[in-house]
Design a protein around this ligand. Structure first.
Ligand code: MG
Ligand code: MG
Length: 236
């Protein structure tokens, strides 16, 4: 999973460097395909329930699962990019959100708070803690900033499949959940909305957008619970 995580980190780095006004989301998918091929990795997104690309690209009011295509990035957009890789049968999965060119202070704040909420969740990935302390920490950061967390899409355990049980909510679900043990690996992925948390799926059957049209940001890492605390795998 460390190897898969490093491939995902490289995809992130190359896509981040390419994001600017005038670039299409399809061009970002091409970058991901090139890295996967160069590293001898497989895509866990391509073909997943028929998904047609190796990354998800979700601009502005789109929360997750956007299909890359002819959409042209515009100065002031925010764009969420989610991608993954399989190496030797093991999966990595991570996402980031970034502003395109110059963005408003509100866009910048939404991105910063969402990333901060991810790290607040990661900090709870200590053996002996309970799983749902992660979501509680994520939710506190997001809501203290005046934003909301999406309920209908959540994080997940990950290993020889991208999505394994249990799910990892980004909010307190009313009970502490199972105890964390060394060797557990989770993809923690807060989706934070500018206004209300509610979602709807567009007619392509994939893209999830905010019901109220507000903006949304998404950050994700694949993280292992180790004896020395949380270890982020989707990084260099
Ligand atoms: Mg993901
Ligand atoms: Mg995920």
């Amino acid at each position: 999973m460390v190897k898969a995580g490093k491939v995902v980190a490289e995809i992130h780095e190359k896509i981040r460097a390419a994001i600017k006004p005038g670039v299409t989301t399809l061009e970002l998918d091409k970058i991901s395909r090139e890295v996967l091929e160069k590293r001898g990795a497989q895509s866990n997104f391509l073909g997943y329930h028929g998904f047609p690309a190796t990354i998800c690209t979700s601009p502005n009011n789109m929360i997750v699962h956007g299909i890359p295509g002819e959409y042209v990035l515009v100065e002031g957009d925010l764009i969420s990019v989610d991608c993954g890789a399989i190496v030797e049968g093991y999966h990595g999965d991570a996402a980031f959100t970034v502003g395109v060119g110059k963005v408003t202070n509100e866009v910048e704040r939404l991105i910063e708070v969402t990333e901060k909420s991810l790290y607040a969740g990661i900090d709870k990935m200590i053996q002996g803690n309970h799983l749902h302390e992660i979501g509680k920490a994520v939710q506190e950061v997001a809501e203290n900033a005046g934003f909301s967390v999406v309920r209908e899409y959540v994080g997940h355990a990950i290993g020889t499949n991208m999505h394994e049980e249990p799910q990892v909510p980004n909010y307190w679900p009313g009970n502490p959940g199972p105890k964390l043990k060394v060797g557990h690996v989770f993809a923690i992925e807060p989706m934070v909305n500018q206004k209300e948390p509610w979602t709807k799926v567009l007619s392509d059957g994939w893209a999830v957008v905010t019901k109220d049209g507000g903006l949304s940001a998404h950050f994700e890492h694949t993280i292992a619970v180790t004896e020395n605390g949380p270890e982020i795998l989707t990084t260099y």
